[in-house]
Write a protein of this length. Structure first.
Length: 238
């Protein structure tokens, strides 16, 4: 196993990396739809998922003080409402499904963080850490709720800085926040196209947290410096 010996700072992605440890959020949510026997197909669910994400990007339904539990409640409500309005779902208690799914997803994240939080905490003692995330304007509230806020020297959030992944500019902002040469920065993320490619474009080293992705995308596995399937493995390469 080849270690990276020239790393002085680390940029972490948030969603799909720290909160689900390599699972795309669509897959986490879909697993809960199945668990609660929501009578809808995966193709219809994916359509509702995209609708919800686009709605949140367009309308500021998430407030800065909202924690992730609130975000999940808003997301699932949008999805179920969409499915109902499109006649893909006929339920008398559809909002009860939305609440159950959101609550269960929140508990899922708390469980995952029992593994991922100690990794971030340990690395924060050795490296300067920055978070770079496409988020809704409330990432600080989410980090505080999940007891992650003390580990990052800076947070670059898309809705705050006005640029989103996969635009490499957002990673340039992360590198600038670290005040380090890009070649001494490691970017850790779950998305090949939104994390690995733009971070490499900027000149960073990259660690791909490979897992259940959103869809089949064009991937060159020679591009990442490290490929892992569990965040717990990351410190072994440093």
């Amino acid at each position: 196993m080849e270690r990276l010996t020239d790393i002085k700072g680390i940029i972490f992605d948030y969603g799909g990396t720290l909160d689900t440890n390599s699972r795309h959020w669509s897959e986490v949510l879909w697993s809960k739809y199945e668990e609660y026997h929501v009578p809808v197909g995966k193709a219809d669910f994916r359509e509702a998922y995209v609708y919800g994400e686009r709605t949140l990007a367009r309308i500021p339904l998430v407030k800065p003080e909202d924690n992730f539990h609130n975000v999940l409640r808003i997301k699932t409500k949008l999805q179920i409402e969409y499915l109902t309005e499109q006649n893909r779902l006929e339920l008398t208690d559809e909002m009860e499904y939305a609440v159950k799914i959101a609550d269960s997803c929140y508990q899922y994240v708390l469980k995952v963080l029992e593994k991922t939080r100690p990794v971030v905490q340990s690395l924060s003692k050795k490296y300067k850490l920055v978070l770079v995330s496409n988020f809704y304007g409330n990432i600080q509230s989410v980090l505080k709720d999940f007891e992650l806020d003390d580990f990052f020297s800076d947070v670059i959030e898309s809705s705050v800085v006005g640029v989103r992944k996969p635009d490499p500019t957002i990673y340039r902002l992360g590198v600038e926040a670290l005040k380090l040469p890009a070649e001494n920065v490691l970017v850790v993320g779950d998305s090949f196209s939104k994390d690995m490619v733009p971070a490499k474009t900027v000149g960073c080293k990259v660690a791909w947290l490979k897992g259940e992705g959103w869809e089949n995308e064009e991937i060159d596995e020679s591009l990442p410096d490290i490929i892992i399937t569990d965040l717990v493995c990351l410190p072994h390469y440093l």
